[in-house]
Design a protein around this ligand. Structure first.
Ligand SMILES: NC(=O)c1ccc[n+]([C@@H]2O[C@H](COP(=O)([O-])OP(=O)(O)OC[C@H]3O[C@@H](n4cnc5c(N)ncnc54)[C@H](OP(=O)(O)O)[C@@H]3O)[C@@H](O)[C@H]2O)c1
Length: 166
């Protein structure tokens, strides 16, 4: 029997679950990016093509980057290509946590497959064009909730929440 892969989602959401606009993030919260790096380094990260091209540095260093595209046989140097969700799962690590890092279409498709959610909740609303699915606390147990922090530069309040599937 094949071992079940550990699939975690990592995301930063606004109060209305907005996550992006014009293929960019809605905010710059330096501590959130540091936490993202800390959690994902040494692991596999999985992303859609729009998110990949929104990254300032790509592929992400010190991580196996799995890039999902419909464009059959497209190859991007430094990435493991996957042409479907199933193929991405197949290419994930068997023995350590795999991080699904967006964007909206990829989150939507992996949401039913994920065991854990690392959510940065930003206490504000923006004019977003991409959204994360609503987290139903009937289906997810909150296991960690940080204090509320304030970003020194942008002034936004945010907290880190971790959920596991019930
Ligand atoms: N706040 C956060 O934490 C966070 C994190 C990441 C991203 N974001 C934001 O999310 C937005 C991007 O999200 P998005 O939904 O537009 O794009 P995306 O999910 O990053 O990428 C979409 C692309 O992925 C490929 N794809 C998706 N599902 C597929 C499937 N089942 N099989 C094969 N290929 C598939 C397709 O690529 P092809 O067109 O090549 O076929 C599709 O066009 C940006 O604004 C970004 O900044 C926010």
């Amino acid at each position: 029997m094949t071992k079940k892969k550990q699939i975690s989602i990592i995301v930063a959401v606004a109060e209305d679950y907005g996550i992006g606009k014009d293929n960019k993030l809605l905010w710059h919260i330096s501590n959130d990016l540091k936490r993202f790096k800390l959690l994902t380094s040494g692991h596999t990260v999985v992303m859609g093509k729009n998110t990949y091209f929104s990254l300032p540095i790509r592929p992400l260093p010190n991580r196996k980057n799995i890039l999902i595209t419909d464009i059959c046989n497209e190859v991007i140097l430094g990435c493991e290509m996957a042409y479907s969700i199933d193929e991405a799962v197949e290419k994930m690590d068997d023995d350590s946590e795999n991080f699904v890092m967006g964007g909206a279409s990829i989150y939507r498709q992996f949401f039913p497959l994920a065991d854990k959610l690392y959510v940065t909740r930003v206490h504000a609303k923006f004019d977003a064009d991409t959204f994360f699915p609503a987290i139903d606390e009937e289906e997810w147990t909150l296991i960690e909730n940080s204090e509320t922090f304030t970003d020194e530069k942008c002034g936004l309040n945010y907290e880190f929440c971790t959920f596991i599937k019930k």
